[in-house]
Design a protein around this ligand. Structure first.
Ligand SMILES: [Zn+2]
Length: 171
């Protein structure tokens, strides 16, 4: 029976590069991922495929880049003077740098190209433009509570939801 909208789904997953089979990410042992269906918590292609699954089922799901983190946006490159980055030791192509954007959120940028004068930074998501192979097990499906639906996230687990209200949710 397909999973409907507004359910809290618990999954264990392993994410691999479809070509090299190298593990990119996985749910930590004993800490499965929980999300609300229809709330945009996870990438659309994965959610769509999981909603076709049954509780307890395991499946391999190939998600195309377009339905994962999107294609690379050519406007998301920025060129800066090499001298602006001289505080970073061993700067090289492919290196991942961390900074903050204007909203104070942490952003990851990849050093895309270095020439004599300039450095080109790639602000795309590191997985943009990539097809992703997931191995997913659906561990649990339950109804989302009204509060969860109002916040748009699951109230369980251990990380701080950051919703800033006194909802008392510790997750
Ligand atoms: Zn909350």
């Amino acid at each position: 029976m397909p999973i409907e909208k507004n359910k809290v789904v618990t999954i264990e997953y392993t994410l691999r590069d479809p070509e090299t089979k190298e593990i990119i990410d996985q749910s930590p042992e004993g800490k499965p991922l929980m999300f609300i269906t229809g709330a945009g918590n996870i990438i659309p292609g994965l959610e769509k495929a999981i909603m076709e699954m049954d509780c307890g089922e395991s499946k391999e799901i190939l998600v195309k880049a377009e339905e994962a983190y999107g294609l690379k946006n050519e406007d998301a490159y920025q060129t800066v003077a090499k001298s602006d980055l001289q505080h970073i030791p061993d700067l090289k192509e492919g290196m991942v740098l961390y900074g903050q954007n204007a909203q104070g959120q942490q952003v990851q940028v990849v050093v895309s190209k270095i020439d004599d004068q300039n450095v080109t930074l790639d602000f795309n998501h590191p997985l943009a433009g990539k097809d992703l192979l997931f191995e997913v097990k659906v561990c649990d499906v339950r109804d989302a509570t009204e509060e969860e639906l109002a916040h748009g996230h699951v109230h369980a687990g251990e990380h701080d939801c950051g919703c800033g209200s006194d909802c008392g949710c510790k997750h």
